[in-house]
Design a binder for this molecule. Structure first.
Ligand SMILES: N[C@@H](CCC(=O)N[C@@H](CS)C(=O)NCC(=O)O)C(=O)O
Ligand code: FES
Length: 109
Protein backbone atom coordinates (compact mmCIF):
# COMPACT_ATOMS: atom_id res chain seq x y z
CA UNK A 1 0.00 0.00 0.00
CA UNK A 2 1.31 3.46 -0.82
CA UNK A 3 1.64 6.07 1.89
CA UNK A 4 -1.31 8.05 0.56
CA UNK A 5 -3.40 4.85 0.50
CA UNK A 6 -2.44 4.19 4.12
CA UNK A 7 -3.45 7.73 5.07
CA UNK A 8 -6.73 7.43 3.17
CA UNK A 9 -7.49 4.19 4.98
CA UNK A 10 -6.77 5.75 8.38
CA UNK A 11 -9.10 8.69 7.80
CA UNK A 12 -11.76 6.48 6.22
CA UNK A 13 -11.85 4.05 9.14
CA UNK A 14 -11.87 6.55 12.02
CA UNK A 15 -14.24 9.49 12.61
CA UNK A 16 -11.46 11.57 14.14
CA UNK A 17 -7.76 11.15 13.37
CA UNK A 18 -5.01 13.25 14.86
CA UNK A 19 -1.63 13.10 13.15
CA UNK A 20 0.71 14.19 15.92
CA UNK A 21 4.19 13.98 17.34
CA UNK A 22 4.17 11.44 20.14
CA UNK A 23 1.06 9.87 21.62
CA UNK A 24 -1.82 11.54 23.51
CA UNK A 25 -0.47 10.38 26.87
CA UNK A 26 3.02 11.61 26.00
CA UNK A 27 3.07 14.22 23.23
CA UNK A 28 6.53 15.08 21.92
CA UNK A 29 5.71 18.66 20.92
CA UNK A 30 3.63 21.47 22.42
CA UNK A 31 1.57 21.95 19.24
CA UNK A 32 0.53 18.30 19.24
CA UNK A 33 -0.06 18.42 22.99
CA UNK A 34 -2.43 21.38 22.56
CA UNK A 35 -4.65 19.57 20.06
CA UNK A 36 -4.67 16.35 22.11
CA UNK A 37 -5.69 18.41 25.14
CA UNK A 38 -8.57 20.02 23.23
CA UNK A 39 -9.83 16.63 22.06
CA UNK A 40 -9.62 15.39 25.65
CA UNK A 41 -11.69 18.39 26.78
CA UNK A 42 -14.30 17.59 24.13
CA UNK A 43 -14.26 14.02 25.45
CA UNK A 44 -14.48 12.37 22.06
CA UNK A 45 -12.68 9.17 21.10
CA UNK A 46 -10.08 9.52 18.38
CA UNK A 47 -7.34 7.67 16.58
CA UNK A 48 -3.88 9.16 16.87
CA UNK A 49 -0.99 8.59 14.50
CA UNK A 50 2.51 9.24 15.78
CA UNK A 51 4.36 10.71 12.80
CA UNK A 52 7.68 10.44 14.66
CA UNK A 53 7.34 6.67 14.42
CA UNK A 54 6.87 6.77 10.64
CA UNK A 55 8.86 9.17 8.44
CA UNK A 56 6.75 8.21 5.40
CA UNK A 57 3.57 9.30 7.14
CA UNK A 58 5.33 12.38 8.54
CA UNK A 59 6.12 13.63 5.03
CA UNK A 60 3.19 11.97 3.30
CA UNK A 61 0.52 13.66 5.38
CA UNK A 62 1.93 17.09 4.46
CA UNK A 63 1.55 16.29 0.78
CA UNK A 64 -1.82 14.58 1.28
CA UNK A 65 -3.32 17.59 3.06
CA UNK A 66 -1.26 20.21 1.26
CA UNK A 67 -0.39 21.50 4.74
CA UNK A 68 3.24 21.88 5.81
CA UNK A 69 3.18 21.04 9.50
CA UNK A 70 2.16 18.60 12.24
CA UNK A 71 -0.29 18.31 14.02
CA UNK A 72 -3.11 17.73 11.56
CA UNK A 73 -6.67 16.96 12.53
CA UNK A 74 -9.13 15.06 10.33
CA UNK A 75 -12.84 14.69 11.05
CA UNK A 76 -14.94 12.31 8.95
CA UNK A 77 -12.29 12.23 6.26
CA UNK A 78 -11.97 16.02 6.04
CA UNK A 79 -8.92 18.01 6.97
CA UNK A 80 -9.79 20.51 9.71
CA UNK A 81 -6.43 22.15 10.36
CA UNK A 82 -3.38 22.37 12.56
CA UNK A 83 -2.92 23.65 16.08
CA UNK A 84 -3.77 27.32 15.47
CA UNK A 85 -6.98 26.56 13.56
CA UNK A 86 -8.11 23.87 15.99
CA UNK A 87 -7.45 26.12 18.97
CA UNK A 88 -9.37 29.03 17.43
CA UNK A 89 -12.28 26.80 16.46
CA UNK A 90 -12.39 25.28 19.93
CA UNK A 91 -12.36 28.67 21.65
CA UNK A 92 -15.15 29.92 19.37
CA UNK A 93 -17.22 26.80 20.07
CA UNK A 94 -16.96 25.87 16.39
CA UNK A 95 -15.16 22.58 16.91
CA UNK A 96 -17.90 21.26 19.19
CA UNK A 97 -20.45 22.38 16.58
CA UNK A 98 -18.53 20.68 13.78
CA UNK A 99 -18.40 17.40 15.71
CA UNK A 100 -22.09 17.62 16.59
CA UNK A 101 -22.99 18.38 12.95
CA UNK A 102 -21.03 15.31 11.89
CA UNK A 103 -22.86 13.19 14.45
CA UNK A 104 -19.87 12.60 16.70
CA UNK A 105 -20.79 12.50 20.36
CA UNK A 106 -18.89 12.14 23.56
CA UNK A 107 -19.50 8.69 25.05
CA UNK A 108 -22.46 8.66 27.42
CA UNK A 109 -21.24 8.99 30.97
N1 LIG B 1 1.37 26.89 13.54
C1 LIG B 1 1.38 25.45 13.40
C2 LIG B 1 2.30 24.85 14.42
C3 LIG B 1 2.79 23.47 14.03
C4 LIG B 1 4.22 23.47 13.55
O1 LIG B 1 4.82 24.54 13.34
N2 LIG B 1 4.77 22.28 13.38
C5 LIG B 1 6.15 22.14 12.96
C6 LIG B 1 7.02 21.87 14.20
S1 LIG B 1 6.38 20.59 15.25
C7 LIG B 1 6.27 20.99 11.98
O2 LIG B 1 5.41 20.13 11.87
N3 LIG B 1 7.39 20.97 11.20
C8 LIG B 1 7.61 19.96 10.20
C9 LIG B 1 8.00 18.64 10.78
O3 LIG B 1 8.40 18.56 11.95
O4 LIG B 1 7.91 17.63 10.06
C10 LIG B 1 -0.05 24.91 13.57
O5 LIG B 1 -0.98 25.69 13.65
O6 LIG B 1 -0.23 23.69 13.64
S1 FES C 1 8.83 19.41 17.65
FE1 FES C 1 9.73 21.35 17.87
S2 FES C 1 8.08 22.69 17.62
FE2 FES C 1 7.21 20.74 17.41
Amino acid sequence: MSTSERIQKLIDSNDIVLFMKGVPAAPQCGFSAAVAQILAKLDVPYESVNVLADPFIREGIKEFSNWPTIPQLYVKGEFVGGCDIVREMFQAGELATLLADKGIKAPAS
